[in-house]
Design a protein around this ligand. Structure first.
Ligand code: B4P
Length: 193
């Protein structure tokens, strides 16, 4: 099994690159953002609770997303590996993920961290907001709140995996193809190891 975390601030290209990486490596894509948006679309109780937090640019509670990932791991026993996109987003989520994987005799192989300047993040998200219909993308104050949440809570995820020497920084600006090639190079080094 090969388990990868695609890490980075909102708008850094995680969703964009995940689509291509799962097609190349046959990994199961687990995006907590996508799962939450599908709960909202289906108007579930969980979705309605998550929506108000997401609309303010805040994170949804750890136990909610950890429960979603635990269920997704249980539902995919045949997976060749997982690509975690947008999860973990806090230190508590990282520790929970490590535990869930250890129970299955698995671990994270690598954390690929996309690095993008704040001005570029804001530009990309406002631009996506013009067409995505995502209420968290069309308001600059909400985008800035999401970036603040990232600095306050999510950057700790990289610190957590850095201790195990599993984090590789990747320049997240440039063409989608060039960034994809840089990600593939790092993955293939580790798959071969
Ligand atoms: P997510 O769905 O994870 O969304 P994101 O971080 O905004 O997007 P992503 O980073 O994938 O976007 P991409 O760069 O691909 O989270 C949304 C919300 O859900 C969070 O704010 C939170 O409330 C909640 N949530 C999710 N997971 C959670 C968790 N684990 N715990 C608690 N709460 C959680 O795309 C951005 C734009 O950039 C696109 O338009 C794309 O086309 C463009 N782009 C990509 N690459 C580019 C490039 N190289 N050059 C130019 N533009 C590019």
């Amino acid at each position: 099994m090969f388990n990868l975390i695609l890490f980075g601030p909102p708008g850094s290209g995680k969703g964009t690159q995940s689509e291509r990486l799962i097609a190349r490596y046959g990994l199961k894509h687990l995006s907590t953002g996508d799962i939450l948006r599908s709960e909202i679309a289906n108007q579930t109780t969980l979705g309605m609770e998550a929506k108000s937090l997401m609309d303010r640019g805040e994170l949804v509670p750890d136990e909610v997303v950890i429960g979603m990932i635990s269920a997704a791991l249980d539902n995919n026993p045949q997976a060749k590996g997982f690509l975690f996109d947008g999860f973990p987003r806090t230190k508590a989520q990282s520790e929970a993920l490590d535990k869930l994987l250890a129970q299955r005799n698995e671990a994270i192989n690598v954390v690929l961290a996309l690095e993008v300047t704040e001005e570029e993040l804001i530009k990309r998200l406002l631009n996506r907001g013009l067409t995505s219909g995502r209420s968290d993308d069309n308001n600059e104050a909400v985008i800035r709140a999401r970036i603040q949440e990232y600095h306050k809570k999510t950057s700790a995820v990289a610190d957590h995996y850095q201790v195990f020497n599993k984090v590789v920084g990747i320049k997240g600006e440039g063409t989608v193809d060039d960034i994809f090639n840089a990600l593939c190079e790092e993955i293939e080094k580790r798959m071969a190891a």
